[in-house]
Design a protein around this ligand. Structure first.
Ligand SMILES: Cc1cc2nc3c(=O)[nH]c(=O)nc-3n(C[C@H](O)[C@H](O)[C@H](O)COP(=O)(O)O)c2cc1C
Length: 171
């Protein structure tokens, strides 16, 4: 049975953002009639252009990159800290590509939708996000060149997406 999430104001977001993001979350997108979810643990939340925003970084090679480029919105689903099943889920969705298998089926998770945007029912907090800005994080812009050399030896660059958090769903 689907869980009941409530639409809540971001005023009530009380988690430590470093922990919440660093523990990993599921970034879910839908395009070409396909829903896919990948694990991410880098990103952030803040304020830009007078809006509450989140930023996520997605490497060129991810199927998620292909899908997110084709859609205006995506979701970020967070899980309870002590949820052991979620840890397995994040491991799986962070190791397998949606290009190779249907991860929603593989992970045996339920997709709910908020105004057509898919998110994961098994989570306990969801951001419904609207893309505002997207750019490749190209080598020439790294001030600390060692970071580029360490993380991008094959040139599989990250792309940054800054998105307005339009809705927070919690249960
Ligand atoms: C804990 C964890 C965090 C991750 N964080 C990111 C991230 O922030 N950005 C990214 O591009 N890939 C990240 N990955 C790797 C992707 O989740 C992984 O490559 C996944 O298979 C991509 O799926 P897709 O091809 O279906 O998009 C992470 C993986 C794990 C296990």
């Amino acid at each position: 049975m689907a869980h009941s999430f409530q639409d809540m104001s971001l005023e009530y977001f009380e988690d430590n953002p470093f922990n919440k993001i660093g523990e990993g979350f599921a970034l879910t997108t839908e395009a070409d009639g396909k829903v896919n979810s990948m694990t991410a643990a880098w990103g952030g939340v803040g304020v830009m252009w007078g809006k509450n925003v989140a930023y996520v970084v997605i490497r060129d090679s991810r199927y998620t990159k292909e899908l997110i480029d084709k859609t205006d919105r995506f979701s970020m689903t967070f899980f309870a800290e002590d949820d052991k099943k979620a840890k397995m889920l994040l491991k799986y969705m962070g190791a397998v590509s949606g290009r190779d298998e249907d991860k929603i089926k593989g992970a045996k998770i339920t997709i709910d939708k908020y105004n057509g945007v898919p998110y994961i029912d098994e989570g306990n907090l969801v951001f419904i996000c609207k893309k505002l800005f997207a750019a490749p994080m190209s080598e020439e812009f790294y001030i600390d060149k060692e970071i580029y050399e360490k993380y991008y030896p094959t040139g599989d660059n990250h792309n940054i997406f800054i998105a307005e958090i339009e809705t927070m769903l919690a249960r």
